[in-house]
Design a protein around this ligand. Structure first.
Ligand code: KG4
Ligand code: ZN
Length: 338
């Protein structure tokens, strides 16, 4: 079975074709980063309009790259939420319409489930159960994954997501949008331990996170130390975020007795985070899994993969085009259960 996956929840148009027997056949991505850079963040209306421009050519390209035609496709998966409602609507309209025109099932995919399952596209996929750390621009969550569609939220950010904290702090430092990767690059030139940032919510029990205080701490440190200290401040900020994430991962694994960790979402591309979690898992004699770097951030491949799990179970979305801009993972069900 082959499925076409469509991702348009934010500022990336991602299209992919996944085959349940042969894996990923093609994937294309158009990033709108340049379009939004002047505004310092994603402008929803501009995002929607650009998805409209790009979606059909990218679908055609994905089919051509895989050497397939529409007749080779058995279903169409699209991101239905969470995300920006206008951006989601473009992918949902296109996906539902293509499926209808082709006489095939349509699958409404949860974007976070896509991120969560993305490591399963790799050669050495994780076995269930595992603990997933989802760290993106919109989410910071620890989830116990017992199987596809069986997600138990263990903890999440009570304010800013980790990626959002990276981006906001980068903006304070005068870095371009999205600043997360740029801040991380700057941090490489910084001295370890020059400044000490707090590890929020680590001194009390529980698996929730809070990152908005770190951004304020960075603002105050920049004001006190001046811009020549930016690299050292970036280093201290990144260390604090990475340490905090690692401490909570360790706690989640201790609490559940599960020694297998999956890290996904845009921030999982962070090299420092990967190194720290790799060291943690060596120490614990456990395993850690990531998507390849290009599938850490938003992409169509993860949507095609998640959609395939539900297509195989016979799911088919209603003909009405609906999106679910707020759609917690805990509301998902086992494929085919509804
Ligand atoms: O998953 P994603 O592409 O989009 C959302 O669904 O949010 O994640 C984007 C987020 C942005 O906040 C971006 O700054 C952050 O991931 N990010 C990073 C790195 N690469 C991407 N943050 C820190 N270090 C990185 N290397
Ligand atoms: Zn995402």
């Amino acid at each position: 079975m082959r499925i076409l996956g469509i991702e348009t929840s934010c500022d990336e148009t991602g299209i992919a074709i996944y085959d349940d027997a042969n894996g990923l056949l093609s994937h294309t991505l158009y990033s709108q980063v340049k379009l939004h850079a002047d505004y310092g963040g994603v402008v929803p209306e501009l995002a929607s309009r650009d998805h409209v421009r790009k979606i059909v050519p990218l679908v055609q390209q994905a089919l051509a790259d895989a050497g397939l035609t529409k007749d080779d496709i058995d279903g169409v998966a699209y991101t239905a939420g969470p995300g920006l409602v206008g951006a989601l609507l473009v992918g949902a309209c296109a996906g539902r319409a293509l499926a209808f025109a082709w006489g095939k099932p349509a699958i409404a995919v949860n974007h976070m489930e896509g991120h969560l399952l993305a490591p399963m596209l790799e050669d050495n996929p994780p076995q269930f159960p595992f603990i997933a750390l989802l760290v993106s621009g919109g989410h910071t969550q620890l989830v116990q994954v017992d199987g596809i569609g069986q997600y138990q939220l263990l903890g999440e950010s009570i304010d800013d997501a980790a990626g959002e904290a990276f981006d906001k702090t980068a903006k304070l430092m005068g870095l371009d949008y999205p600043g997360g990767p740029l801040l991380s690059k700057l941090a490489e030139q910084g001295e370890v331990g020059k400044y000490k940032f707090p590890r929020p919510m680590c001194d009390r029990p529980g698996l929730d996170f809070s990152f908005s205080g770190l951004k304020t701490f960075a603002a105050n440190t920049i004001a006190a130390e001046g811009t020549e200290a930016l690299a050292d401040i970036a280093r201290a900020f990144e260390d604090a975020v990475v340490d905090t994430l690692a401490i909570k991962c360790r706690r989640a694994m201790d609490q559940t007795g599960i020694n297998r960790l999956v890290v996904a979402g845009g921030v999982s591309a962070n090299r420092h985070l990967r190194a720290e979690l790799a060291a943690l898992m060596v120490k614990r004699k456990g395993e850690v899994f990531y998507p390849r770097p290009e599938f850490c951030t938003d992409n169509g491949a993860m949507i095609a993969f998640a959609g395939m799990q539900r297509l195989l179970a016979g799911e088919n979305a209603s003909l009405a085009v609906t999106t679910t801009p707020r759609w917690p993972l805990s509301q998902l069900t086992v494929p085919g259960a509804n």
